[in-house]
Each structure stands twice: as structure tokens, then as C-alpha cells.
Design a protein around this ligand. Structure first.
Ligand SMILES: NC(=O)c1ccc[n+]([C@@H]2O[C@H](COP(=O)([O-])OP(=O)(O)OC[C@H]3O[C@@H](n4cnc5c(N)ncnc54)[C@H](OP(=O)(O)O)[C@@H]3O)[C@@H](O)[C@H]2O)c1
Length: 336
């Protein structure tokens, strides 16, 4: 297959490009940076700005698939300026992708659009799925700022739905935390914190939804191959678990000697110092992949205890770069 990956230079993009090219698919990555030399003839970088049509649109002609992952990192304070950058980078890149596809004489067969499991409500009592799940934004007792992330997620999906691309199948990836062993990724950061003795965050009751990188790649390939599937899909393992259990599994796999709970007030102080927010750690994302399971997708890693053993067997912590600041500053995934 020939696949365009917009924003394919980030954490998720890198793991997809690696997997797709290793299986012989050719990838074109759209990036705002000057294109870098590719390590394989199956990979090419093309510049775009994520907002306007340009010469990059020619690369969409006749390709099999487009995967749009572009968006400003959400690892930041939710100032009005940052919220607007988070929103516009997602909505504008989705809009211009729709315009580019609509202008193709041979449009891609499928458009996979990144979304997020954050779109669902903060919830403990029951899982949220694509069919009966409740979207967030109106839950009582949650910080108002959490509603702003939900608004962004909804606007992102609305832009995809509005795109006039009748010949292209559209799928939204409502992804949970995507766990890979890449440096700076979610798992790398959590494992480092656990090694330092960090245990559950807050009261630890909040659910963590996650997906192993192998299942993420397999699910993307599954969605690419199944021409009957459209709409929103939760890319999350079938068994989300409370944060306290998630951290306990991680500690057990690492063989750490102690795990200290981090109370909410300390998390908030750390987030303030680090210029980020605590939503990713404290919002209860109890999200399950009903539509993938109904479509016949089988997860290799359904339980976190299995996933964490596999990940730890490959995880190789590296020293912090001198410029990376505090330990907390490694949490670039925090707002993803
Ligand atoms: N990682 C996760 O666990 C996770 C979970 C749920 C949802 N997601 C969503 O999935 C997508 C990919 O995640 P990721 O972790 O790979 O994100 P990432 O590492 O932050 O990469 C996103 C890419 O988007 C591009 N980008 C950044 N700012 C942009 C802007 N203002 N306009 C256009 N493009 C911009 C960048 O590419 P260039 O600098 O090369 O242009 C960057 O490499 C994101 O939208 C994220 O919200 C991720």
C-alpha cells in the first residue's frame, strides 16, 4: 500500500511508519519541518504547513490511504493561547486534508483520522464504548478545563464528518494511551517514574485506558483492510484498569522495592512547575473497543499484566538528555 501520514514524525507516527515500512508499505510523511533524508526508499518526507493547500496535495493522488495524526502536543498548561493552538492545529489540519482529498481526481480509498479517548466522560461506574458511551463535557464535579479538551476532541471529529469526500471511507481513531518502548513515549516516562518509586496518582481509582503498540499497529492495518468499516473506533485494550492497579503491575514488572502514592495536591504542584496539566493522570478514562471486537479484531494484549511484561522485556532506559529539565518534563505524553 501507499500511505500518507500527516504528522507522522511524532510518537504514534514513528511507530506506524516503522511497522508499515517493515511490512513493505511505502509511506509519505507530511511534516512542517524541512524534509529529512529517509533511511529507506519506502519512506519520503514532504513539507506542508498543516493549514493550507499546497504542492503536497499532489502526493495524495492515487494513494491507498491517508492517516492524519497532526496536532500540537497537549502537554502544556491550558492557557487560552495553548487551548487555541491545540484546537486549531487539529481542526485546521483535518479541514485542509478534507479539501485536498476532495480535490483529488483519484482520491485515497480511506482516511484514518486521529481522535482521542479523551472525548468520553470522566467515569467510574461503567465502560464507555462507541455505541452506548457518554461523551464528556457535562459531568458534575470535574474541573471546567477538562471540558475544554472534550470540546477540542468533538470539534476535531466534527471537521472530519463535515469533509466532502464521498469516495473516501472515513474512520476516527479514538485512541487510548499508546504504549511503546520508544524514548519519551508514555510508557518510557511511566516506567522511569515507577523506577523512582512513584506509585498511584491521586486516589488511584481513576481508570487508565491503554493499548499496546503491537495492537495499535494491528488495529490500524485491520481498519485499513476492512472496506465495510467507517466512523469512530476506540483503539484501546478491552480491559482498562484503575490507576492504582496499573501502577502496581508496572512496579511488579520492574521489580521495584517501593511505590509511594502521589497525592493530588503534589501532582497539581508538579504540573504547575512543569507548565502542564494533570488531566491525563486524574481523568477516569474507562474506554472499551466494542466496535473493533464486533468487527472480529483480536487483541494480542488484552490485559495490562501481559502487556507490561512484554514492554519491560524490551524497555531500555537511557540517560536523560542534559536539556530535558526536571523528571516531570519527560511527560510530553501527559496531554496526548
Ligand atoms: N500518543 C498517544 O498515546 C495518543 C493518545 C490519544 C490520542 N493521540 C493523538 O494522536 C495524534 C498523534 O499522537 P502523537 O503522540 O504521535 O503526537 P506527537 O508526538 O505530538 O506528534 C504529533 C505531530 O503533529 C505535528 N504537529 C505539531 N504541532 C502541529 C501544528 N500546530 N500543526 C500541524 N501539525 C502539528 C508534528 O509534526 P511536525 O512537527 O513534523 O509537523 C508532530 O510530530 C495526536 O493528535 C494526539 O493528540 C495520541
Amino acid at each position: 500500500m501507499e500511505i500518507i501520514l500527516a504528522g507522522g514524525t511524532g510518537q504514534v507516527g514513528r511507530l506506524l511508519v516503522r511497522a508499515l515500512t517493515s511490512q513493505g508499505h511505502s509511506c509519505v510523511v507530511l511534516t512542517r519541518r524541512p524534509p529529512a533524508e529517509a533511511p529507506t526508499p519506502l519512506l519520503r518526507e514532504v513539507q506542508w504547513d498543516g493549514r493550507t493547500l499546497g504542492p503536497w496535495c499532489a502526493d495524495l493522488e492515487g494513494v491507498d490511504a491517508v492517516i492524519n495524526l497532526a496536532g500540537r502536543s497537549v502537554d502544556c498548561r491550558y492557557t487560552e493561547r495553548n487551548l487555541e493552538a491545540m484546537r486549531s492545529s487539529r481542526v485546521d489540519s483535518t479541514r485542509v486534508m478534507g479539501q485536498a482529498i476532495a480535490a483529488c481526481s483519484r482520491p485515497p480509498a480511506i482516511w484514518l483520522q486521529a481522535g482521542t479517548a479523551t472525548i468520553y466522560s470522566h467515569r467510574f461506574d461503567a465502560p464507555n464504548d462507541e455505541i452506548t458511551g457518554s461523551l464528556g463535557g457535562a459531568e458534575p464535579g470535574v474541573p471546567a478545563l477538562w471540558g475544554r479538551s472534550v470540546d477540542i476532541a468533538r470539534a476535531w471529529e466534527a471537521e472530519l464528518n463535515a469533509a466532502p469526500t464521498p469516495a473516501t471511507r472515513k474512520v476516527v481513531l479514538r485512541s487510548a494511551l499508546t504504549l511503546s518502548v520508544d524514548r519519551g513515549g508514555v510508557f518510557d516516562v511511566l516506567a522511569r517514574l515507577a523506577r523512582l518509586g512513584v506509585g498511584r496518582q491521586g486516589n488511584g481509582r481513576q481508570f487508565v485506558s491503554w493499548i499496546h503498540e503491537h495492537d495499535f499497529v494491528a488495529a490500524v492495518l485491520f481498519l485499513l483492510s476492512r472496506s465495510d468499516l467507517t466512523g469512530a473506533f476506540n483503539l484501546s485494550a478491552p480491559h482498562p484498569l484503575p490507576n492504582r492497579d496499573f501502577m502496581a503491575c508496572l512496579h511488579e514488572a520492574l521489580g521495584t522495592w517501593a511505590a509511594f502514592p502521589v497525592p493530588r495536591v503534589l501532582l497539581e504542584a508538579g504540573a504547575l512547575l512543569r507548565r502542564t496539566e494533570t488531566e491525563l493522570l486524574l481523568k477516569s478514562r474507562r474506554v472499551v473497543p466494542t466496535r473493533l471486537l464486533q468487527a472480529g479484531f483480536r487483541f494480542q494484549y488484552e490485559d495490562f499484566s501481559e502487556a507490561v511484561d512484554e514492554l519491560i522485556s524490551r524497555w531500555r532506559p537511557q540517560p536523560r538528555p542534559a536539556s530535558s529539565g526536571t523528571i516531570l518534563s519527560r511527560r510530553r505524553w501527559l496531554r496526548s
